[in-house]
Design a binder for this molecule. Structure first.
Ligand SMILES: Cc1cc2nc3c(=O)[nH]c(=O)nc-3n(C[C@H](O)[C@H](O)[C@H](O)COP(=O)(O)OP(=O)(O)OC[C@H]3O[C@@H](n4cnc5c(N)ncnc54)[C@H](O)[C@@H]3O)c2cc1C
Length: 382
């Protein structure tokens, strides 16, 4: 059999997982090529700890260059377009022919859709997280608002975890009494995907820590040079530090293309992650895998990675003539309650009827599991 070309666009959680899996299962005559505009990627899951000085950037980054040691061709280039009929990926470094293509290009942020965001802070990428860290380290008193613009957004626990990390850190510094923290969500409560019991646990934790929760309150504007936050329910807050979680949009590479469904994300078969184009898969944040409640599976690295393993397996199965598998739809997300304890939300998100998800109680053991996740990520084990 002639060697097949597997091309993967994007080297985040999903892209790295699919490339590693396919490479491990395929003979050397077949090529696996991973393209990303960046050589280095960052573990944003650690940003809530990074902004309170508990992580350094180096510990939260990994280089895609090392994948060549596993037999994967890494190409650092911008992908400008895909010719599905000709089976070609066009990049700033030249054209790549494919037999199987995996789009793992993630979600992007539309900062401008919340007017005034330029005067606000965020922690949704490494640069904004570093800037917020500098601001928080200088803070001695005042009010912080963390506001979510819309759903879906990456990592449903992140706003609550971040509020609780701030609470912990200001207590450590002995200035908590002088700092007010609020967290606002467009949803009816914190993390509805985790179910009513988990919502109640998070509500109680926020309450005990003196963190104000605003619900059904999407952030719609940051006014007065970052000093006023406006919410979609008519409410507003005077603040010293406005922190926004921006609107998320599908990667520009596929935006407006026929692959994108009504949800605004790439439409895929929920079991195989195949798109409408032959031999083309989409995994991770770029897609919407429907759950029984009509929403997409949360945008989280663990799902991107599990989808990558499924597709890597299935591409190898198609080439090797072995049995394919279905995406199991299981996963977990950590939610740190302080720098010392973490809970996790875990379960079968694509279960029939409704997502079968529960939250473990916050514990030191949970934080150790979160740290293991971090070191596994660093070594490309996830
Ligand atoms: C604050 C925060 C906390 C989080 N916490 C957690 C957590 O605790 N656990 C968890 O599981 N997840 C967490 N997440 C979510 C997780 O980071 C994402 O869900 C995950 O990164 C998605 O992986 P992906 O492979 O789909 O996309 P990405 O990781 O976004 O990777 C996409 C890649 O595609 C590349 N790319 C895009 N377009 C092009 C192009 N045209 N040409 C070349 N390259 C391109 C990009 O450079 C990028 O490297 C968190 C996210 C944030 C922001």
């Amino acid at each position: 059999m002639a060697g097949k070309n597997v091309v993967v666009i994007g080297g985040g959680f999903g892209g790295a997982a699919v490339a590693i899996k396919a490479r491990a299962l395929l003979a050397g005559e077949h090529s696996v090529t991973l393209v990303d505009r960046n050589r280095k990627t960052f573990l944003c899951g650690m940003n809530p700890l990074l902004i309170v000085g508990q992580r350094e950037v180096e510990r939260c980054s990994r280089s895609l260059g090392v994948l060549v040691n596993r037999g994967i061709n890494f190409v650092q280039a911008e992908v400008s377009g895909i010719d599905y009929a000709g089976r070609i990926v066009n990049t700033s470094g030249g054209a790549l022919e494919y037999d199987y293509l995996v789009i793992a290009a993630g979600a992007e942020y539309d900062w401008d859709r919340v007017p005034g965001s330029a005067a606000a802070y965020s922690f949704y990428n490494i640069d904004t997280a570093r800037r917020l860290r500098r601001r928080l380290s200088r803070m001695k008193r005042g009010r912080i608002a963390i506001g979510v613009a819309s759903v879906p957004y990456k990592c449903p626990p992140a706003p609550y975890e971040t509020a609780m990390m701030m609470d912990w850190w200001f207590r450590e510094r002995g200035i908590r009494a002088d700092i007010e923290i609020e967290v606002a969500t467009p949803e009816p409560g914190p993390m509805p995907v985790a179910g009513p019991e988990a919502m109640a646990v998070i509500r109680r934790a926020l309450d005990r820590k003196g963190i104000e929760l605003k619900t059904e309150a999407p952030v719609t504007e940051v006014a007065a040079d970052g000093r006023v936050v406006q919410y979609g329910n008519g409410d507003s807050s005077d603040v010293d530090v406005a922190v926004t979680i921006p609107h998320h949009v599908v990667a520009e590479l596929v935006r407006g293309s026929s692959l994108v469904g009504e949800s605004g994300w790439v439409k895929v078969d929920p079991k195989t992650l195949e798109t409408a184009e032959a031999g083309v898969y989409a995994i991770g944040d770029v897609n919407a895998v429907p759950m029984a409640n009509g929403r997409g599976v949360p945008k989280a690295g663990v799902f991107a990675s599990a989808e990558g393993e499924t597709v890597g397996h299935n591409i190898a199965a198609a080439i090797n003539g072995t049995e394919a598998m279905d995406f199991p739809g299981e996963g977990y997300c950590f939610i740190g309650f302080s720098a010392d304890v973490s809970a996790s939300v875990t379960g079968h998100f694509t279960a029939e009827g409704k997502p079968d998800v529960r939250m473990t109680p916050p514990s030191a053991r949970g934080m150790r599991a979160k740290e293991r996740f971090e070191s596994d990520w660093k070594r490309f084990r996830i």
